[in-house]
Design a protein around this ligand. Structure first.
Ligand SMILES: Nc1ncnc2c1ncn2[C@@H]1O[C@H](COP(=O)(O)OP(=O)(O)OP(=O)(O)O)[C@@H](O)[C@H]1O
Ligand SMILES: [Mg+2]
Length: 252
């Protein structure tokens, strides 16, 4: 699977992304997990120790390096390479542990979402390169889908919109679907999270119709934010993630 994971803030993107990554790693599939959030949330959710994560510098902070790759000054517009060579950057900045390859990209926000700055071009080139690798790839997106260029999207197996039953989260899925449609990224499917009742699933399905809701994860009181599979609550969560993973595996 090569999936982008999106959704409203706090809805559980990193939790679901970490769960799917851990599940893939259990099967020896050596997934790539890409964190588009510069705060290492995904790394913590995977259960990686603080001292390991403290060494990580999000690529987006290395603006000079990214701009240099694209052949321009940081923050400048104008002509630069849209296909910078990034294979060695991926090798240098990927942290491997317990069969998981974590790359913290972060987001270049300056200049707006669709900013054609050289830093974004390099981040996009990194994702484009990663989708061509054989391995599974899960990308924990932040707000929008700005790292996804057309070249990347063609090789993705889909986009997972995570949502709960609240109106803002459901509205966010609509916006994400529209962005995905613009990029011709498909299929777009939803995963329900923090589900407390059958009624929640019905609310979500009705609000998102005709978008398929391919799985549901319950509300787990005390779910560990660091190491989402750990402890008894983590084990329950793991069982639900496995069911979601099997469906997502069948997408493409
Ligand atoms: N199914 C669940 N049951 C209980 N708590 C959950 C569940 N899913 C996520 N959480 C908790 O909700 C909080 C937000 O989750 P998470 O960080 O995964 O969201 P996010 O969408 O990645 O947020 P952000 O937009 O800030 O990146 C965390 O404390 C997490 O442990
Ligand atoms: Mg997150």
């Amino acid at each position: 699977m090569k999936l982008a994971i999106a959704g409203k803030g706090g809805v559980g993107k990193s939790t679901i992304c970490a769960g799917l990554t851990l599940w893939l790693a259990e099967q020896g599939r050596e997934p790539y997990a890409v964190d588009a959030d510069p705060d290492n949330t995904l790394g913590y959710a995977l259960g990686w120790p603080q001292e390991v994560l403290a060494q990580i510098k999000p690529l987006s902070e290395l603006r000079e390096l990214l701009a240099e790759r694209a052949g321009r000054e940081p923050g400048s517009g104008g002509m630069f390479s849209l296909a910078p060579e990034v294979t060695d950057l991926i090798a240098d900045y990927t942290l491997t542990r317990e069969g998981i390859r974590l790359l913290v990209m972060g987001t270049v926000v300056e200049g707006g979402a669709g900013c054609l700055c050289p830093e974004n071009a390099t981040l996009k080139a990194i994702l484009r390169e990663l989708v061509d690798v054989e391995s599974d790839l899960l990308v924990d997106m932040v707000a929008g889908l700005e790292h996804l260029g057309r070249g990347t999207v063609a090789a993705m197996s889909g986009l997972v919109a995570v949502t709960d039953a609240t109106a803002p989260a459901l509205r966010s899925v609509g916006r994400i679907k529209a962005l995905a449609d613009d990029l011709k990224l498909q299929p777009v499917v939803a995963v329900a999270n923090r589900v407390r009742s059958k009624g929640d699933i019905e609310v979500i399905e009705r609000a998102l119709d005709p978008l398929p809701v391919v799985g549901a994860v319950g509300y787990h009181e005390g779910l560990p934010a660091e190491g989402v599979f750990s402890g008894p609550v983590g084990a329950e969560f793991r069982r639900e993630i496995e069911a979601v993973g099997l469906v997502l595996d069948g997408l493409a």
